[in-house]
Ligand binder design. Structure first.
Ligand code: SAM
Ligand code: SF4
Length: 453
């Protein structure tokens, strides 16, 4: 079967597996804050040393129509301080449940647009969360997402002083026609200026690019990749455009689906970028990510230490990830919990002195095993069978579901492990789907996921 036939065969709706079970299959709705806190305490008793913190800062001044993130569009900056103070209050609500001495190893500001907030508001936030005692001195990595058009020198300087050393810029595409269609006009000159300022201060930089956007064509996207290589960010996330208008209606229904590159055209965009980036010296990491060889993600990939969570790939794993802010997800490995998805709902709940959790999931033994396999596959393109489970027939059904991928020579397996072959790497999500009991048991009647390619 040639590549086009493979793409046509395997390009089906599928999850991105930033969690297992994936969010649409979570069972706890509603989830009471006390139930979540019981699970968190249980995890703490099992021995937790490191903590990751994700803070969702949802505001953006203008809507990019392709965007699949949880955001609130506003030009009113009076929303900043009430929101920041709510996040600090939420953090304080967690304090009695965290073991003494637990250290923050990772803190990420995501959005929305964190740099929507004034530098002074971000300072207030960070100083309300971290102190000399709770921060891991050597290992803690502080990072933030930034819209180049909304990032001033003052933002970069203030966040650097606060300890941030990584910034991720949303680029998407430099082509004017594509930028117009997604309602996000930003010139290469503007990005270059902000990029060089950040680099000059000592930041390590990521650029987010998206392939599969409306009107994207090979020539134009090739130019975007050339411009990206000219700036040589340490990392590049090359995301497949997730078209989910049934969830993100307003924006994503703003363009004609006929203008979206499909199957073969979409894959050609990725492959062109892939080969250009490899030629420029980048290493391909996990799914959709590239990094320079001296970057910590490349090293973690080589040492099989790569990890994946709701923020994407990370070079280190934390025992617990706490999500603060509207829509943020927390992960205690044995349980997930998500915050209210509206700004008002989130703020009102915290104002009452309660966590703003509204749904989640508690993992049973079988799910914990499957979660480990899916994480291994997404991070290392291979996973080892558990011999005692294998003896009890645990993998029999999974092997049946993998059969076609095996016949198509996308993967190999023996008594010990399953490995995805290089031809199969674009289909890693399809391999994971064979381990996904929820997909196997009940395909939900409504469409939930974007396409795997
Ligand atoms: C929160 S935004 C980045 C920060 C900032 N708001 C900005 O736009 O520059 C996170 C990233 O998610 C990616 N993204 C958003 N919607 C997407 C979609 N529908 N499909 C694929 N990637 C998407 C984009 O690459 C975007 O840069
Ligand atoms: S892409 Fe970034 S700036 Fe645009 S709407 Fe989404 S979160 Fe906001």
């Amino acid at each position: 079967m040639n590549e086009l036939q493979l793409i046509q065969k395997y390009n089906v709706p599928g999850p991105r597996y930033t969690s297992y079970p994936t969010v649409p299959f979570w069972k706890k709705l509603p989830l009471e804050p006390s139930e979540w806190l019981n699970k968190l305490e249980l995890k703490m008793r099992q021995g937790v040393q490191s903590l990751g913190i994700y803070i969702h800062l949802p505001f953006c001044e203008s809507l990019c129509t392709f965007c699949g993130c949880h955001k609130r569009i506003t030009k009113n900056h009076n929303v900043e301080l009430p929101y920041i103070d709510t996040v600090i209050k939420e953090w304080n609500l967690y304090q009695p449940y965290l073991v003494k001495g637990v250290q923050i190893k990772e803190l990420h500001l995501g959005g929305g647009t964190p740099t929507f907030f004034a530098p002074s508001a971000l300072k207030r936030l960070i100083e309300g969360i971290i102190d000399n005692k709770n921060l891991h001195k050597e290992l803690c990595e502080l990072s933030f997402e930034a819209h180049p058009g909304a990032t001033s020198q003052a933002h970069l300087v203030e966040l650097y002083h606060l300890g941030f050393r990584r910034v991720s810029f949303g680029i998407q595409d430099y082509n004017p026609k594509v930028q117009k269609a997604i309602h996000r006009e930003q010139s290469f000159e503007l990005v270059k200026e902000v990029h060089l300022s950040a680099k000059g201060l000592g930041y390590r930089i990521n650029h987010d690019l998206v392939y599969g956007l409306p009107f994207q064509e090979l020539d134009g996207f090739s130019d975007t990749i050339d411009k990206t290589i000219e700036l040589m960010p340490d990392r590049i996330a090359l995301y497949s455009y997730a078209h989910v208008p049934w969830i993100k209606g307003t924006g994503q229904r703003g363009y004609d689906e006929g203008n979206l590159p499909q199957d073969k055209e979409k894959r050609a965009l990725y492959e062109m970028a892939y080969f250009k980036l490899l030629k420029a010296g980048y290493i391909s990491i996990g799914m959709d990510h590239f990094a320079l060889p001296n970057d910590s993600l490349s090293k973690a990939f080589k040492n099989k230490a790569l990890h994946r969570n709701f923020m994407g790939y990370t070079h280190q794993k934390t025992d617990v990830l706490l999500g603060l802010g509207m829509s943020a997800i927390s992960d205690a490995w044995i349980a997930f919990a998500q915050n209210n998805k509206t700004v008002e709902g989130y703020q009102n709940q915290i104002a009452k002195g309660e966590l703003a959790i509204f749904r989640g999931h508690f993992l049973d033994e079988q799910e914990l095993i499957l979660r480990r396999h899916i994480l291994d596959l997404m991070c290392h393109f291979e996973t080892k069978w558990d011999p005692s489970q294998a003896a009890q027939g645990f993998y029999d059904d999974i092997k049946i579901r993998l059969n076609e991928l095996f016949t198509d020579q996308l993967m190999s397996f023996d008594e010990e492990k399953l490995s995805i072959l290089s031809k199969g790497k674009p289909f890693v999500r399809n391999v994971c789907m064979a381990f996904d009991l929820y997909l196997a048991r009940q395909l939900p009647n409504q469409q939930l996921f974007s396409s795997t390619i």
